[in-house]
Ligand binder design. Structure first.
Ligand SMILES: [Zn+2]
Length: 60
């Protein structure tokens, strides 16, 4: 059985982790993603997650 350790470098590029030069996953959107942003979409297309207010609803 042969172990091909050298191969792993190319696999790393396909990992869905923050990498340099990624763009938004939305079709047609080419917004660049920060390497610190580990999400698939840019701020515009990120799924909206609204933090639930605990208990009372704040109405103005
Ligand atoms: Zn986008």
């Amino acid at each position: 059985m042969r172990v091909q350790g050298e191969r792993f470098t190319s696999i790393e590029r396909n990992l869905p982790t923050a990498a340099d030069g990624r763009v938004c996953g939305e079709v047609g959107c080419e917004a660049k993603l920060s390497i610190y942003n580990d999400q698939e979409f840019c701020a515009l297309h990120a799924p909206m997650v609204v933090p639930r207010m605990r208990g009372k609803v704040l109405d103005d």
